[in-house]
Design a protein around this ligand. Structure first.
Ligand code: SDX
Length: 440
């Protein structure tokens, strides 16, 4: 394999040779370099040239697309959104500015930011009929189940944005989803606790509005706490996008068939719900609760290391990060700030920090490069903000909506985009004849 491949285009000027030792046949596969990260071996002609499939369940070594949105270096613990480091964005930006960056590729000017914030603000209300959708759910339904249902139902409300080849219609759908997710998330919470829905307010920022819709009641004024709204905004920034994770890949696959954008996002929410993915933040808090005290940490770690025990240390490990998740670093720092500012001590944080300290010294975790991920500290902050545990993954989905929709737009605009249709290694029965019932 020779050097100097071209950057990030479908054309390549180097090749990767593969030889089938059974037949001595060799296939030359183009190698393509991106602007950062590993080169890729273009295997689009592999089946045509060899009659064989490649095999990669879980896609541990497979690049599914070309993208310019987010770059992750798992070994260095680096996360860039359109080239900007996540810790710089968390420190200096706000969620709508990061949303603009993910959607359009550049940080907005002051005028562009003002216009974008106004556009999102004017889309925050939902169609009044949506209110009646909630009545079909039990009050004790998990808010993620409600979110999947209501976001999917948006596909039945906006017939003016169904031509996904029209960039103007795609952008309206994108703005609507970013704007309406906090409203729908807050409605799911209000429905669960039997309180009336609270309408969005145009005089509040995105995160202030979300907290207001979550916690305000008609009987008294709700006072925005800037510590809470700033912490919420930072949490949303840290969860906005993350390359081709499971839920983003779901949105891309659903979108590749030309499906309605609201339906594609509902599919992403469904995938994120799993405890191996976005559901981990809720699972971390349940785990820390179950541990209960620092002296029970060794017992928990023993379970996590026991191959016969399905228990895993929630909030630890990552498919890509084999170093500290940069988002976890920011969240750890934010945890301290929020608890100090709110004058809260938090035994759960003490347990989390001791659990992290012991795990990071334990050979099992060190050998497997298992570090805290984004979910390890986020739940503790959300709990300190008064967010009920069942909303933790809802908030992850609210934030990730902009990442999903940015990736969905990029996929639609990709001239090489085709419907996603993986193949398989078939190990089932060979063809056999039908046996009549009276002969079985
Ligand atoms: C998110 O992809 C993304 O970018 C996701 C995300 C995003 O922003 O979209 O970052 C958000 O989903 C973060 C991850 C949240 N999930 C959790 O915290 C759940 C706990 N973590 C694990 O389930 C696991 O680490 C995964 C699912 C996150 C990653 O699993 P992989 O990449 O498939 O790794 P693996 O299962 O092959 O594990 C490798 C080894 C195994 O041991 P061996 O078979 O080699 O002996 O590490 C072990 C695993 O048993 N292992 C763990 C562990 N995670 C991996 N052992 C104990 N506790 C854990 N948490």
């Amino acid at each position: 394999m020779t050097a100097n491949a071209q950057q990030g285009s479908s054309a390549a000027d180097t090749t990767f040779s593969l030889t089938d030792n059974a037949t001595s046949e060799t296939i030359e596969l183009p190698v393509i370099s991106g602007s950062l990260g590993p080169d890729v071996v273009d295997i689009r002609k592999f089946y045509g040239g060899t009659g064989k499939f490649t095999y990669d369940p879980g896609f541990t070594s497979t690049g599914s697309c070309e993208s310019k949105i987010t770059y992750i270096d798992g070994d260095q613990g680096v996360l860039l959104h359109r080239g900007y480091a996540i810790d710089e964005l968390a420190e200096n930006s706000d969620f709508l500015e990061v949303s603009y960056l993910l959607l359009y590729g550049e940080l907005p000017s002051a005028g562009q930011k003002k216009e974008f914030d106004a556009t999102i603000t004017e889309h925050t209300m939902v169609h009044e009929q949506i209110n009646y959708l909630f009545r079909g759910f039990r009050r004790d339904a998990h808010p993620m189940a409600v979110l999947i249902g209501v976001v999917g139902a948006l596909a039945a409300f906006y017939h003016d944005t169904t031509d996904i080849q029209d960039s103007r219609q795609r952008m309206i759908a994108s703005h609507r989803l970013i704007a309406k997710m906090p409203t729908i998330a807050a409605m799911a919470h209000k429905y669960a606790i039997g309180q009336p829905f609270v309408y969005p307010r145009n005089d509040l920022s995105y995160s202030e509005n979300f907290l207001h819709m979550l916690f305000a009641v008609p009987c008294e004024d709700y006072e925005i706490n800037p510590v809470q709204s700033e912490a919420m905004d930072r949490i949303l920034i840290l969860h906005a996008d993350h390359e081709q994770n499971a839920s983003t890949s779901t949105v891309r696959l659903a979108g590749s068939s030309g499906a309605n954008p609201y339906a594609c996002i509902a599919a992403g929410i469904a995938t994120l719900w799993g405890p191996a993915h976005g559901g981990a933040n809720e699972a971390v808090v349940h785990m820390l609760d179950e541990i209960g005290s620092v002296d029970r940490i060794p017992e928990c770690l023993a379970k996590a290391k026991d191959k016969d025990d399905p228990f895993r240390l929630m909030g630890f490990g990552h498919r890509v990060y084999k170093n500290y998740d940069p988002r976890a670093k920011v969240l750890h720092k934010t945890c301290h700030e929020v608890l100090n500012d709110l004058g809260l001590d938090n035994e759960m944080l003490d347990i989390a920090r001791e659990l992290e300290r012991i795990a990071l010294e334990d050979d099992y975790f060190v050998e497997r490069k298992l570090y805290p991920n984004v979910d390890f500290y986020s739940g503790i902050i959300l709990q300190a903000l008064g967010i009920p545990t069942h909303l933790f993954t809802v908030i992850f989905a609210l934030a990730r909506t902009v990442g999903w929709i940015a990736q969905w737009n990029e996929m639609i605009e990709d001239p090489h985009q085709k419907i996603g249709r993986p193949r398989q290694l078939y190990t089932g029965e060979r063809q056999r004849s039908y046996v009549a019932l009276d002969r079985r």
